[in-house]
Design a protein around this ligand. Structure first.
Ligand SMILES: [Cu+2]
Length: 147
């Protein structure tokens, strides 16, 4: 009678432990996702606006990167593209936009559209890295099977 109840207690403790373990494994997995995710590798690319020109005029960035334009001129400027629009930016003001879709984005200053233009080229994260990662994983798997 006493032994039976002790066994039952052990079973409950085991289930409790299993649940706790599963919860902590899930927490670790979620942490890994957020640290290795796109957000941690994103960059901010600075473009200045001076002498009625963007500098640099053309930039190539990765998906998820943010471009930050700063008006360092003595007159008003702006940034206007197909999916982003700053409005009028006074001297000293800045505007940020995060690019999440690959493509070529031409833009212009709404106040000086004839001679103040720029291009943002957004490239997808390197596919070569994905292939390397896949090879690494499969290599690991083979080694696991061998031992
Ligand atoms: Cu302008």
């Amino acid at each position: 009678m006493l032994k039976q109840s002790s066994n039952g207690m052990k079973k409950v403790m085991f289930i409790l432990l299993a649940v706790l373990l599963a919860a902590s494994v899930t927490a670790v997995a979620e942490n890994a996702t957020s640290t290795n995710g796109v957000s941690s590798t994103n960059k901010i690319i600075d473009i200045s606006m001076k002498n009625a020109a963007y500098n640099p005029k053309s930039v190539e960035i990765s998906m998820g990167d943010t471009v930050k334009w700063t008006n360092m001129d003595s007159i008003d400027h702006g940034v206007e593209g197909s999916i982003f629009k700053s409005g009028v930016m006074s001297p000293g003001q800045n505007y940020e936009f995060q690019f999440t879709t690959p493509g070529v984005y031409n833009y212009k200053c709404p106040l000086h559209p004839a001679d103040m233009t720029g291009t943002i080229t957004v490239v997808a994260k390197s596919s070569i890295n994905s292939i390397t990662d896949a090879a690494y994983v499969s290599n690991k798997t083979i080694k696991l099977w061998e031992t």
